[in-house]
Design a protein around this ligand. Structure first.
Ligand code: COI
Length: 327
């Protein structure tokens, strides 16, 4: 069986691709770039393609279909970068992967703590030998009420972690989960906005939750609310968030994701002029920590991403049930 790998990263994925392709007897084709109309021909002769977060729009999907690709597996949990309607139209199967949810959960808790302990200011001041106290008094997690929006694998892991901090936890999801109820109480969004000092997002980005956190939602939140997002940038209306921070309604934010980040992160762009004004504005606030979509990035997660993507293609090839099937 043959799989064509786009976005292949030599410095971290290579060892896992070697290990799991040998283990499963899979032949790999490799391209370090993201798939485009120009390099799609490289996948000719491969029925299975694996990608990361590069956009697969209708045109590219059509091209892959013409080249004989039967399945695209994204080595990510989220698949909002893949045009699923086009995949259905051209009969291409799509799958995602799962990986240790702890990688994102740990990082989320780190952003929460950094936000409530004003770590950005502490570090900025420390670098200038300003060791003064005014303005950096923090809050303690056990004294806070936290709202977790989305209780899939990652939301559940965040709730498990948070239970150790003994804070009050509210959870929101369309589908309630029994394990969550051991540590958290399900509530509607209204209650969460009204009651929570800290709100963290763990939902996939779908049409019906695009800009879930907008001007109106923020206006219903507590004064000084802390918002953490390690899920998808599109869940938050960035302009509304900036307004909330400027007015003081939002006391702090920890953002590992931002709208319109595709194509920007995971590249060295320090010498480029980026037209990402909102990113610059957010980064300029002393109470906002912005990181470049790194919450997933651990050794365990990278190994899981590669392994599960190969396994997903194999299951499809063998006509077996694929737990990662999207369409
Ligand atoms: C995902 O797996 O969905 C992520 O957010 C991480 C990915 C961008 C590498």
């Amino acid at each position: 069986m043959k799989i064509f790998v786009y976005n292949y990263r030599k410095f971290d994925e290579a060892e896992y691709f070697q290990k799991f392709s040998e283990e499963y007897g899979v032949e790999l084709g490799i391209c370090t770039d993201e798939p485009t109309l120009e390099n799609a021909h490289l996948a000719e002769g491969y029925e299975y393609v694996t990608i990361i977060t590069s956009k697969i729009d209708r045109e590219l999907m059509k091209k892959f279909h013409e080249l004989g690709v039967r399945m695209i597996s994204t080595r990510t949990v989220g698949y909002d970068h893949v045009d699923i309607a086009a995949a259905k139209e051209f009969g291409i199967h799509v799958s995602n992967v799962s990986y240790s949810p702890e990688c994102v959960a740990d990082y989320t808790v780190m952003l929460m703590l950094m936000s409530i302990r004003k770590m950005k200011r502490i570090m900025q001041r420390g670098a200038l030998n300003d060791f003064s106290l005014p303005g950096i008094q923090g809050k303690e997690l056990p004294n806070l009420t936290v709202g977790v929006l989305g209780t899939g694998r990652i939301g559940q892991a965040v709730i498990r972690d948070l239970s150790g901090f003994r804070c009050k936890i509210y959870a929101y999801d369309k589908y309630e989960n029994k394990a969550v109820k051991e540590h958290a109480q399900y509530a509607d969004l209204d209650t969460i906005y009204k009651e929570c000092d800290l709100i963290t997002l763990h939902m996939p980005l779908l049409e019906d939750n695009f800009h879930l956190i907008g001007k109106e939602a923020i206006s219903r939140m507590k004064e000084g609310v802390v918002i953490v997002n390690t899920a998808r940038g599109g869940l938050i209306d960035t302009k509304a968030l900036i307004g909330g921070i400027e007015s003081g309604k939002v006391g702090a934010a920890g953002l590992d994701v931002i709208e319109d980040e595709f194509g920007m992160y995971y590249h060295d762009r320090k010498s480029d002029v980026l037209s990402k004004r909102d990113l610059y504005i957010l980064r300029g606030f002393p109470n906002v920590v912005v990181t470049p979509h790194m919450a997933f990035y651990t050794d365990q997660a990278v190994s899981d991403m590669v392994k599960h993507s190969i396994e997903s293609c194999l299951l499809r090839a063998e006509g077996k049930e694929d737990p990662w099937e999207v369409v």
